[in-house]
Design a binder for this molecule. Structure first.
Ligand code: MG
Length: 155
């Protein structure tokens, strides 16, 4: 068994669509980034890569690579799953936290868990996602962006 940890943060930006866990969430602003800005899938991808000792998503998808500009993060996570399975690993479970004042995560939690499980090719019972607020503290609390943390166990 091996454990991995991932973290990511992206700023809100006008004129972008908001994706969390591969789910399009209706919101006035999206997240800025080289990809679609899906902060949750990036944290999960880094947790999985970390568990397998396979660097991080910046290594596999460098921001300097214009061919991956605007890439769907579901494709990043799909590629990460290919890499770890090639090493002979399978996912035991993922637990993740999305930190933001808005949008509220709880009403979309089931959709997000199912979308992540589908992208990873694992049972939804192995994926857990929690939403947290910071009572107005920090950039997430000031509604400037969203951050996400994830741990993953593989075996
Ligand atoms: Mg990112």
């Amino acid at each position: 068994m091996r454990i991995g940890f991932g973290y990511d943060a992206h700023p809100f930006s006008e004129g972008r669509r908001l994706f969390l866990g591969g789910v399009l969430i209706p919101h006035p602003k999206g997240l800025l980034g080289h990809s679609d800005g899906d902060v949750l899938l990036h944290a999960i991808s880094d947790a999985i890569l970390g568990a397998a000792g396979l660097e991080d998503i910046g290594f596999h998808f460098p921001p300097s690579d214009t061919s991956t500009e605007g890439i769907e993060s579901t494709k990043i996570l799909g590629r990460v799953m290919e890499l770890v399975r090639k090493e002979g690993f399978e996912i035991v479970n993922v637990d993740a936290v999305v930190v933001c004042e808005e949008p509220r995560i709880q009403p979309r939690r089931a959709d997000i868990r199912e979308a992540i499980a589908r992208t990873m090719g694992v049972d939804v019972g192995r994926i857990n996602v929690k939403g947290k607020t910071t009572e107005g503290l920090g950039f997430a609390g000031m509604r400037q962006g969203i951050e996400a943390y994830a741990v993953c166990l593989i075996g």
